[in-house]
Design a binder for this molecule. Structure first.
Ligand SMILES: CC(C)(COP(=O)(O)OP(=O)(O)OC[C@H]1O[C@@H](n2cnc3c(N)ncnc32)[C@H](O)[C@@H]1OP(=O)(O)O)[C@@H](O)C(=O)NCCC(=O)NCCS
Length: 185
């Protein structure tokens, strides 16, 4: 199933193309991009490419489903994805990374995730979209809260990275909350 292109005021989300793979794989192998809040798990270039290309047919895939492109100049600055997050419960979680650290803090991450959540509620019969984030990841929590996600709880010691266990905040927004949220972002 081919994903569409999603247009926002500042960014555009579009499916990754082979010409993007070197940049994206570089981000996956750069600890500075995600540290200190998580770690990527790409193995080889071949497995990365295979993951990206098989993602459209795999609801549980953690591979990026869209790149985030700046509308002003077409530069790729990030990537976002979503995945079925539980084998039994109907949980779909989103994730997001601005690999280009120079453009962080300008509202682009929030805009990109907003476009993604809009798309998911439009495209799929979901009643809730979720996200999890290391409790120490302030920018990620603020991004979600600014979009209207509510913190639903904390998983203790849910994520191992950088040599220790980390607590993880669980966020969610329901379809009706999303429909009724103020449209300033
Ligand atoms: C999380 C991430 C995508 C946020 O993207 P961004 O475009 O920089 O964020 P935005 O500019 O949309 O800002 C979102 C909120 O975070 C806040 N924020 C952004 N950078 C911040 C920083 N360095 N420190 C504290 N708060 C920050 C903003 O002030 C804003 O909150 P507010 O509107 O309540 O003031 C980006 O920081 C990133 O790629 N981080 C590394 C990957 C990651 O942690 N992903 C999430 C894994 S769960």
């Amino acid at each position: 199933m081919a994903l569409p292109t999603l247009e926002g005021p500042q960014v555009r989300l579009r499916p990754p193309a082979p010409a993007d793979y070197d940049l994206l794989f570089g981000w996956y192998n750069d600890p500075e991009v995600i540290a200190p809040f998580d770690r990527f798990t790409a193995d080889t270039y071949a497995s990365f490419r295979e993951g990206v290309e098989s993602a459209p047919d795999d609801p549980a895939s953690l591979a990026p489903r869209f790149v985030v492109e700046l509308r002003e100049d077409g530069r790729v600055v990030g990537l976002v994805g979503y995945y079925r997050a539980h084998p039994v419960l109907t949980l779909t979680d989103v994730w997001y990374v601005l690999g280009d650290t120079t453009v962080r803090g300008r509202g682009l991450g929030r805009e990109a995730v907003g476009l993604l959540v809009d798309f998911l509620f439009h495209d799929q019969p979901l009643e809730r979209v979720g996200a999890t984030t290391d409790v120490e990841n302030g920018p990620s929590s603020r991004l979600l809260e600014g979009l209207g996600f509510r913190k639903e709880g904390t998983i203790r010691a849910g994520l191992f990275h950088h040599a220790r266990w980390h607590d993880v905040a669980v966020y969610g927004v329901t379809r009706s909350e999303w429909a009724e949220r103020p449209r300033s972002v």
